[in-house]
Structures are given as C-alpha cells and as structure tokens.
Design a protein around this ligand. Structure first.
Ligand code: NAD
Length: 426
C-alpha cells in the first residue's frame, strides 16, 4: 500500500520505518527541514535501539522517503497517518495546533477520497470533529477519519511496534476497517475494532491506568516508610496475585515523559468538562508532582542543607533506553537542587540538557569527582553495573540516593555508603 506518515517524531518515524519494512511504500513528511535532511541521509534524529539499521534497510530498498512536501505525500498515498505532537496547554487541555494545521493542509492537498488515520493522541471526539471539518472545506471529498492510537514505549518502540499486544482500530465503514487490516496484515497481533470514540478513549484510559499504578505504589512507598514495611516486599506480594500482576509496580520518583503527564491532565480536563468527578486522577497527578520534592527532602536532611553541596545526578531521560527528557522527573529534581543553590553534575548514557546551569559529564566515573551525594534518577542498566567501590573513592561524602529502588543496598552499605531510599528496609 502507499502510505503517507505526517510527523517524524518518536511515533511517526518508528511507524513509517516498520511499515516500510513490511512491503508498504511510505512517504514520511516533516516540516522540519533539518530533520528531513538528516533522515534522508540515514541518520535518525532520536535515539531508539535498533531503529537506525532498519531505517537504512528501507532507504536502500527505496520503500521509505523523507520530504517536506506534504501535498506530494498526500496525493501519492491511499492512507494518511497523522503523527504530529499534541502537547499540553497550561490548563491541562490538549494543544491541537499541530494537528489542526496538518489536517487543514491534508484537506487542501486531497486529490481523491482517502483514509485519514489519527495516530496522534487526541481528545475523544476529534475524529468526529475532523470528519465534519473535511465536509465543510471539501464537500465533494468524502474521506473517513479513523482512530488508531499508538501504544509504543520509548526505548522499546521497535519491539512494541513489531509485536504489539493489540492494534486498536476505531472506524465506521467496512472499507476503512479492511484497509487498516491490510496495513497491519504482516503483524501477528490481535486487531480490535471499535467505534472511533472508544478507540480515542482507550488511549487515555490505558495511560491513565498505568499512571495510577505508579502513583499507587508511590503512595505505598510512603506508607511502608512510615509503618516499617518494605515496599519491594509489599509489591512483590501484591503482584503475585495474577489479577494484579508485577508490571508497573516499581516504587520510585514517579512517571514522566511526553505521554503520561499530559494524557492524565487531558483526561482530567475532559472529565471536568463533562462535570464528571475525577478525584482519582487528580490524586494520581498530585502524588506524582510530590515525589521529586519528597526525594529531595531525603538528601537535604541527610546533608543538613544543600547550599554549596556537590550533587551528582545519574539519569536525565524520563526512562532508560531513550534520549527523551520531556517532562522528566529528573529535570524537576535538578530544578529543586538548583533552587537550593546546590552545584549539580549530571551523567546520562544518552540524554543531554541544553543548559549552562549544570555540569554534564561524559563519563560516569568523572561525574562523581568530589561529590557529596549521588542521586540515581533513571534506571539505566549502566548504573546497576558500575563498580560502586571505585566510585566511592572519588566521593567527598559517600551518600547514595536510590530514587528507583534498583541498587543492591546491602552491597552499597558494606562498601561504606550511606544508602537512602523510600520505603525500603534493606
Ligand atoms: P514528536 O514531537 O516527537 O514529533 C512530532 C513531529 O511532527 C515533529 O517532528 C514535528 O516537526 C512534526 N510536525 C509538526 N507539525 C507538522 C506539520 N504541520 N507537518 C509536518 N510535520 C509536522 O511527537 P511524538 O512523541 O512522536 O508524538 C506524536 C503523537 O503520538 C502525540 O500525540 C503523542 O501523544 C502520541 N504518542 C507518543 C508516544 C511516545 O512515546 N512518544 C507514544 C504513544 C503516542
């Protein structure tokens, strides 16, 4: 099939590359000229394990192309995937500027009826609105707008896209359902067909539920700390119940990234707009906002203040396996340290920040030079595999804050570290 993908960020690029390796001809459009140039030269602008070789394979076999020419992409394709960003407005609602702009351009470029697929995460009702919008601008161009939400996780995006748990298709006509089934016919994944509104809500429901699990265990960590339980034992015991499961039960500094925080806020906004009480998600959001402050207070108390202290943070990205720092809890933690006049040095295997306010180390060992504390904020495997006895020698004050509960605490204590965590006995 001839497919046009609009937006070559984490979702658009991975989607385009996977489809181009499955027998489809894909034109990826982005308005960013530098991105298009870099992608055409075989260099992805994002870090995602396995993506570069697969993208180059498609480039070599001419099944993928990158361009800024949206009209050409639309005219040459049967199906158009919209994968542009839908960030958050100040009031928690979804900023639909990119989506509306790109949809307007698509409508003007249409040369015949096409299927337009919303892969961007958009509020419930968007597909219906888009359908009406098309009718207004091009009454003689009956296109169907389908909802096909994306569930990939950065850092595992290729695996998720090649082996999804399910593919959700919200569509009205048999024609659209059949076309979408053909797009994905090489993937061995169950396809769940539903109404467009259900598909749109499934995306918000899934992310809100996962965020709820995380905030729930972070509440449990505080309960464990106060009542003398160990949160890792509690979550292990809970997770063994097959109705609960072990996934997403790791207590720590909380969730971040470009999806969970904004999708939870959008769900709250949609709920408020409908006058439906949303206390549950407001608590989820509040607990998550509180976690960086709580972890910061542990280190502040241990060091009797942070002014002039040398604090090393390990991890900037919102999770391991990605260079994405959007809405990362690590950034929030660093800002709290800076507000207290600490000197911050950061090390991340992949991610960097564009700021002169902190020092960024290229090497994990250098990052600890003369530090008063190390704060592990992202659970990159490199941190767990580093010889902490070597790091110990470089510290001015051997304090280790484990904000992801991933280190061997007994080993650290034996090496002489003061080990800090929340809700752990050992
Ligand atoms: P992103 O910001 O990384 O990428 C968006 C891309 O769209 C950018 O490259 C931008 O230049 C391009 N763009 C914007 N306007 C354009 C236009 N008019 N014409 C052409 N290109 C244009 O975003 P992302 O992280 O890939 O997310 C895209 C959507 O998918 C969002 O709605 C997001 O919520 C959703 N989503 C993201 C993830 C994730 O893990 N990142 C997972 C599931 C769903």
């Amino acid at each position: 099939m001839n497919i046009c993908v609009l937006g070559t960020g984490y979702v658009g690029l991975v989607t385009g590359v996977v489809l181009a390796n499955q027998g489809h001809y894909v034109i990826c459009v982005d308005q960013n000229a530098d991105k298009v140039k870099s992608l055409s030269a075989g260099k992805p602008c994002i870090y995602e394990p396995g993506l570069e070789p697969l993208m180059n394979k498609a480039l070599k076999s001419h099944t993928i192309r990158f361009t800024q020419d949206l009209a050409h992409g639309v005219k040459s394709s049967d199906i158009i995937f919209i994968c542009v960003g839908t960030p958050q407005n100040e009031d928690g609602s979804v900023d639909m500027t990119q989506y509306q702009e790109v949809l307007t351009d698509v409508i003007h470029a249409l040369n015949e009826p096409k299927i337009i697929v919303n892969k961007s995460t958009v509020p419930v009702g968007t597909a219906k609105w888009a359908q009406e919008y098309i009718k207004q601008i091009r009454p003689g161009m009956p296109c169907e707008v389908v909802s096909n939400p994306e569930f990939l996780q950065e850092g595992r995006a290729l695996q998720n896209t090649l082996h999804p748990d399910r593919i959700i298709i919200g569509a009205k006509s048999l024609n659209a359902i059949m076309a979408m089934t053909k797009v994905y016919d090489k993937l061995e994944a169950p396809i769940e067909v539903c109404s467009v509104e259900s598909a749109e809500l499934i995306k918000y429901a899934s992310n809100s539920f996962l965020a709820t699990k995380i905030s729930f265990v972070n509440w449990l960590a505080q309960m464990s700390e106060y009542y003398g339980a160990d949160v890792t034992e509690v979550t292990k015991g809970m997770g063994s119940d097959h109705r609960i499961g072990h996934e997403f039960l790791n207590a720590g500094i909380g969730y971040g990234g470009s999806c969970f925080p904004k999708d939870v806020s959008a769900a709250i906004h949609m709920s408020d707009s409908a006058f439906i009480d949303c206390g549950i998600l407001k608590s989820v959001r509040d607990i998550n906002r509180y976690m960086p402050k709580l972890y910061m207070s542990l280190i502040e108390e241990e060091l009797c203040g942070l002014q002039g202290r040398n604090i090393t943070v390990w991890g900037l990205s919102f999770k391991p396996g990605t260079d994405d720092t959007r809405d990362s809890q690590a950034i929030k933690f660093i800002n709290l340290l800076l507000e207290r006049d600490a000197n911050v040095t950061a090390y991340d295997p992949v991610a960097t920040l564009e700021t002169g306010l902190i020092k960024q180390s290229k090497n994990i060992y250098d990052s600890a030079d003369g530090a008063d504390a190390i704060c592990l904020l992202t659970e990159w495997p490199e941190f767990m595999n580093t010889d902490t006895s070597d790091i110990f020698e470089q510290m001015r004050n051997p304090v280790f804050l484990d904000a992801r509960n991933v280190m061997d605490s007994e080993k650290l204590k034996q090496q002489g570290w003061t080990y800090l965590s929340l809700g752990r006995l050992h």
